[in-house]
Design a protein around this ligand. Sequence first.
Ligand SMILES: NC(=O)c1ccc[n+]([C@@H]2O[C@H](COP(=O)([O-])OP(=O)(O)OC[C@H]3O[C@@H](n4cnc5c(N)ncnc54)[C@H](OP(=O)(O)O)[C@@H]3O)[C@@H](O)[C@H]2O)c1
Length: 332
Amino acid sequence: MVYPRDVKSVVCEGHGEADVLRVVETAAPVVSGRFVRVAVRAAGLNRADLLQRRGLYPPPPGAPAGLGLECAGLVDEIGEGVRAVRPGDRVMGLVAGGGQSELVAVHEGSLLAAPEHLGDAEAGAFPEVFLTAYLNLFLLGGLEPDATALVHGGSGGVGTAAIALATEAGARVLVTAGSDERCRRCRELGAALAVNYRDGDFVPAVLEATEGRGVEVVLDCVGGAYLEPNLRVLAPDGALVVIGLGGGRTGELDLARMLTRRLRVIGSTLRALSDERKETIVASFRGRFGAALAAGRLRPVIDRVYPMDRVAEAHRRLASGEAFGKVVLSVP
Ligand SMILES: NC(=O)c1ccc[n+]([C@@H]2O[C@H](COP(=O)([O-])OP(=O)(O)OC[C@H]3O[C@@H](n4cnc5c(N)ncnc54)[C@H](OP(=O)(O)O)[C@@H]3O)[C@@H](O)[C@H]2O)c1
């Protein structure tokens, strides 16, 4: 397909509320080396977009200034070093920014083939949350098939992906979510236990569900406020992986508990990793879950899809806390 020199992209004009969002003409990316130009059909929204819009999460050095950490579409052009895909292939991939654009450059190592059974919106909503859940539950947390994970925010994009992956792997997954109805939906997706965190402490319910032993891995998006209770629900040799700080950046760490139970506390971000490290993660995901993806057993939960020019509404939906699963932009 022949594209004009300029393409439409979502950017922020300054920082602030959703009214700083604009869809503007930007220069079409030119690709070389191992980069692939993707003609985007859909791009997921993430909490990082809300933070970036407010000036709290700038793109890493070298990343495009526009919004969007993931996208799906058709390969449009390839650099001379690309081996994994060809023009016309349907793909989905991770980017450090600029995914919400008609055309985006993606490193071939950050791409997965988009299976036919995934619609465009599902494919555009897949990479960030599934690869985040995979990296943190399995590669960093070391979740084993017969083990149990506690996932905070089971109702969110990452949480719903974590339920799908843990269940597929044969692990048991317990979650927290913000209402009884959201807990019910998490159980429907496969969570063995869902605790409404607004009703109080999740610790007794998690300990009861594990006969006092605790869980092998906690995937946490809350941070400081949950540090102490998270340590209390970890089984010996367990790992707490912190991926978000919705509940503050500091907390009290009981080192005696950590030491005697041989616990690990790990902080993790996917976006800022190098292309080489992302390639390793994506290849490992493909090896472990590629067959399940191809067979249609892994699909993101889609909350709503908005056309790209209604990006402000999409941000408001995600910020409202009412979305269950992913909010996505469709790109005409
Ligand atoms: N480090 C990384 O590489 C990385 C990558 C992707 C995402 N993240 C972070 O991971 C977090 C989740 O991302 P997402 O895309 O899933 O966002 P999302 O779709 O907006 O979901 C946010 C989730 O957080 C839950 N939550 C909020 N306060 C909570 C609390 N006190 N206890 C338990 N759960 C609580 C919400 O539950 P209810 O809505 O049911 O109340 C919701 O499920 C965000 O903080 C995001 O920035 C980090």
